[in-house]
Design a protein around this ligand. Structure first.
Ligand SMILES: Nc1ncnc2c1ncn2[C@@H]1O[C@H](COP(=O)(O)OP(=O)(O)O)[C@@H](O)[C@H]1O
Ligand SMILES: O=P(O)(O)OC[C@H](O)CO
Length: 496
């Protein structure tokens, strides 16, 4: 019987399931969007049960629509939006509160108070992370401090915390397994990336009982089997990685010095730094890429909060384009940006600036400015942010990548990709398979169940599709980049 790997990609706006064959080809996809809750300014929540239902239903749909059932699936890989925090009751399995999403800023002031206490350095040394509301620790604390009876129940060992991977495994195994993998653990701000353990000092600092924390596993092993009646037979759950780490793996950036950037809602660049953590002097994040066969691979990451989302805003907010694709057409209707710069700091700035008080800015508008210039400036603003992150990576590691592998929805935009190469001064490479996140999780699962023999075999399935080589004169690129920084400075520290 022909066998396949099922990959579950639980993202910020949708749940996706993809069935991959032996050559790493996508043979079936199902996708479902779910509700975003914005209860207050800066708050973002999801319903954990809706995450589960949407993910379980697309999983079933992806396999049944091509006439397969659970018996055809050799293993399941899970990849997920990271940091998003769910707390549930261990006995009933019911969440205590909505999932607090990575974008949620409700704990920003608390993070500021910790910075004032001088804790930034200690937190970076232990976790590799910048002290920010982005990560899970302060979100868990918020639930324990604000939901009636939560802290007392947590202290009695009755509550469980998990990122979305952990929640899905808990559901798939019918409340049997409370586990996560190292890559997701490394985004909680509670995991010591040197000792590979939950850090007692940090658990104490954030007042989080250790009994809430999941067991931390490698990224590729058989964790258990599906227990729900979802599939006709039990299927091994065999791979877990946070979505950006999975994309790094799916892009086959397996050697030190290789980098990828994902252009989705946000932009997430990751550079493989090998078997040792490199602490950033430029406000990048040190994170765990994956652990396979006992070996840990570390990465540096630059998380840019608004990437393709600025194009969504042009479409849904400003209504100057009908669909995302139009952004390219409009941008090419003008020769250049006409002196207009767009800093897409719509929810503040992530790496490397970490300014939660920055806001979006469009500068350099003059009487000749057309809407096309603004659209072009929005796309260029995505590329400039990515270059800022790249510069920090080069400065932190001394590694000058020869190319950047790219994926995510916005890489469909050739103008953006060409501009990115122009402003970098090196190649941007788009592979033929763009679902690299799901593919990475599939590979992790497939390796664990012996569906694929080795990473060498996997490397042979990665092919470039388009290469964007730089063609802009250096002086022009330098001039544009100089003005970008002027604009960036004006967007910072805006909200009081
Ligand atoms: N042709 C395009 N040009 C620019 N941006 C695009 C284009 N197509 C899609 N996008 C952007 O890509 C994002 C969707 O990418 P995707 O990888 O699916 O995101 P996510 O996984 O974060 O939900 C959206 O923000 C959308 O605006
Ligand atoms: O769901 P995505 O693709 O927007 O990714 C979210 C990131 O994992 C957040 O850190």
């Amino acid at each position: 019987m022909e066998k396949y790997i099922l990959s579950l990609d639980q993202g910020t706006t949708s749940s996706r399931a993809i069935v991959f064959n032996h050559k790493g080809e996508n043979i079936s996809t199902a996708q479902r969007e779910f509700t975003q809750f914005f209860p207050k300014e800066g708050w973002v929540e999801h319903d954990p049960n809706e995450i589960w239902y949407s993910q379980a239903s697309v999983a079933a749909e992806a396999i049944t629509k091509i006439g397969l059932n659970g018996k055809n699936i050799a293993g399941i890989g899970i990849t997920n939006q990271r940091e998003t925090t769910i707390v549930w009751d261990k006995e009933t399995g019911m969440p205590l509160y909505n999932a607090i999403v990575w974008q949620d800023r409700r704990t920003a002031a608390y993070c500021d108070s910790l910075k004032e206490q001088g804790l930034t350095g200690m937190i970076q040394e232990k976790t590799g992370l910048v002290l920010d509301a982005y990560f899970s620790a302060t979100k868990i604390k918020w639930i324990l401090d604000n939901i009636d009876g939560a802290r007392a129940r947590a202290e009695k060992g009755k509550l469980a915390f998990g990122t979305v991977d952990c929640w899905l495994i808990w559901k798939f195994t019918n409340m049997e397994k409370h586990i996560t993998d190292v890559s997701n653990a490394s985004r909680t701000m509670l995991f010591n990336i040197n000792t590979l353990q939950w850090d007692e000092d940090l658990l104490k600092l954030f007042d989080i009982p250790k009994s809430m924390m999941p067991e931390v596993k490698s990224s590729s092993e058989v964790y258990g089997e599906t227990k729900s009646t979802l599939f006709a037979s039990k299927v091994p759950l065999a791979g877990i990685a946070g979505d950006q780490q999975a994309a790094l793996f799916g892009q086959m950036c397996l050697d030190k010095g290789m980098a990828k950037n994902t252009y989705g809602t946000g932009c997430f660049m990751m550079l493989n730094t090998g078997n040792k953590p490199v602490l950033s002097k430029n406000n990048l994040l040190t994170t765990i890429g994956w652990k396979i066969n006992g070996k840990v691979t570390y990465a540096l990451e630059g998380s840019v909060f608004i990437g393709g989302a600025v194009i969504q805003w042009l479409r849904d907010g400003l209504e100057v384009i009908k669909n995302s694709k139009d952004s390219e057409k409009m941008a090419l209707e003008v020769d250049d940006n006409g002196g207009v710069y767009f800093v897409p700091a719509l929810t503040g700035l992530g790496a490397p600036h970490w300014d939660q008080y920055a806001r979006g800015a469009i500068l350099g508008i003059n009487r000749g400015t057309k809407v096309q210039h603004i659209v072009r400036a929005a796309l260029e603003g995505i590329a400039f942010q990515v270059k800022d992150v790249m510069n920090c990576m080069v400065s932190d590691t001394g590694i000058q990548p020869e190319e950047l592998r790219v994926d995510g929805g916005a890489v469909a935009n050739n103008m953006l990709m060409q501009f990115q190469a122009d402003i970098f001064g090196f190649k941007v490479v788009r592979p033929h398979i763009l679902e690299t996140t799901a593919l990475g999780a599939a590979y992790l699962a497939g390796l664990a169940v012996g569906y694929w023999d080795s990473v060498e075999e996997l490397k042979s399935y990665w092919h470039e599709d388009n290469v964007f080589a730089p063609s802009m004169k250096q002086e022009k690129a330098d001039e544009l980049y100089k003005y970008w920084h002027k604009a960036l400075d004006r967007s910072k520290n805006w909200v009081e």
